[in-house]
Design a protein around this ligand. Structure first.
Ligand code: SF4
Length: 81
């Protein structure tokens, strides 16, 4: 049986919170390829150029944001943890 103490639970919460994405933005030179919107449409919208949607809880789409950033052909998707 797994029993966690209070200190272990606090450590897990702190680690989880510090690893989540807090801010996302798209720098200049987006080429409007649409990749980010295809990968993570909950966060990115490409009309003229890619934009980050307002009101998104980035921590809920952590994997998608990282995947979109990794696959951006011009590396203009940035995020802060
Ligand atoms: S993947 Fe990069 S280049 Fe393509 S639309 Fe998104 S931000 Fe722009």
């Amino acid at each position: 049986m797994l029993v966690l103490g209070l200190i272990e639970i606090i450590q897990i919460i702190l680690i989880t919170n510090t690893m989540s994405i807090k801010r996302v933005w798209v720098e200049e030179d987006c080429i409007s390829c649409g990749s980010c919107e295809s990968i993570c449409p909950e966060v990115f919208e490409v009309i003229d150029i890619s934009e980050v949607k307002q009101g998104v809880v980035f921590a809920d789409f952590d994997a998608g944001i990282r995947d979109a950033a990794d696959n951006c052909p011009v590396s203009v998707i940035k995020f802060e943890e």
